[in-house]
Design a protein around this ligand. Structure first.
Ligand SMILES: Nc1ncnc2c1ncn2[C@@H]1O[C@H](COP(=O)(O)OP(=O)(O)OP(=O)(O)O)[C@@H](O)[C@H]1O
Ligand SMILES: [Mg+2]
Length: 285
């Protein structure tokens, strides 16, 4: 990896200057397809450096300012220290080091996560600087190459049409258990590549759907009911968004050949059969 001193900074805080003066140990953190993530540590400080691959083109400038705005409004997010370009023009962002994901998620954690989500979704459009009020077309943004999968497309268009999509809240766009870290008993939401104005029900449903598939129905339902007990949303509208989330996962599966986990596939099939908004033809064999 290139060192931090090779970064061309677009914006940075004094914390970066302090880091640059120190001897840093660098270690790799486990990351997904679009980025490499590194932990930087000195004797006294730590930080995380995320470097995006060339073919992903995130708006890091937007992400940097959104993190600052959310933190300012009391949402538990990483501190943004600086951003810029690594050699070969890879975009990079430096944030706080915020701990690690939970290895064992209890019922109480699920309830706490509901509060975290509610805290994020309480931020209204009007509290945000107009430059941060960015929306995307929901379907093209979250459903790449959809037209190559007409079965998913037909079902999705109907569901989205019936959902009466709102784009009035700050959404994370990829809430999952890997993106909530814990440090000293405090939760922090990380990985804000997809932050935008969107429908809070989608944000909630994507997370509850993934938990349902990966961890089981019980935990998902604790999260969902804890959230709904403090919100005006109805369970049925979230179920429809869970169906939308499921179609997204099926599409990503076809495109990317994600790792296959027998239990998860069984739970996915079970979900498809039980969810009244989804056609049973989607059951995987
Ligand atoms: N601020 C942080 N503090 C501690 N660990 C972090 C932090 N940011 C990322 N990590 C670690 O690195 C992993 C990958 O980071 P992240 O979730 O941002 O990338 P990703 O899922 O690969 O991203 P993307 O969805 O943008 O491709 C996280 O799951 C976490 O273990
Ligand atoms: Mg992540």
């Amino acid at each position: 990896m290139e060192s931090l001193s090779e970064m061309v900074w677009i914006e940075k805080t004094s914390f970066i200057d302090k880091l640059l003066e120190q001897e840093l140990t660098i270690s790799n953190l486990p990351a997904g397809l679009e980025a490499d993530v590194w932990k930087l540590s000195s004797n006294t400080d730590s930080a995380v450096l995320k470097i995006w691959s060339k073919d992903s083109n995130p708006d890091v400038h937007y992400q940097y300012h959104m993190l600052a705005a959310l933190r300012d409004k009391g949402v538990s997010v990483s501190s943004a220290y600086g951003w810029g370009y690594m050699p070969a023009n890879h975009k990079a962002l430096v944030t706080s080091y915020d701990g690690s994901p939970l290895t064992n998620v209890t019922d109480q954690h699920a309830k706490d996560f509901a509060d975290l989500l509610l805290q994020l979704h309480q931020v209204t459009l009007y509290e945000l600087d107009p430059v941060l009020q960015r929306k995307y077309d929901f379907i093209p943004y979250f459903f790449p190459r959809l037209e190559e999968h007409p079965d998913i497309q037909t079902e999705l268009l109907q569901l989205v049409n019936d959902a009466d999509l709102q784009q009035d809240k700050v959404i994370h766009g990829d809430l999952n258990l890997g993106n909530i870290l814990v440090t000293q008993g405090k939760y922090i939401i990380i990985d804000w590549t997809n932050v935008q104005l969107g429908d809070a029900r989608y944000d909630l449903a994507w997370m509850s759907f993934l938990i349902r598939i990966n961890n089981g129905e019980e935990l998902a339902s604790i999260l969902l009911h804890a959230y709904l007990s403090k919100s005006d949303f109805q369970i049925e509208e979230v179920r429809r968004f869970e169906a939308i989330a499921c179609l997204r996962l099926l599409l990503l599966h076809r495109i990317a050949d994600l790792p296959k986990n027998e239990n998860a596939i069984e739970r996915l099939n079970d979900f498809i059969m039980k969810n009244k908004y989804l056609n049973n033809n989607f059951v995987l064999v």
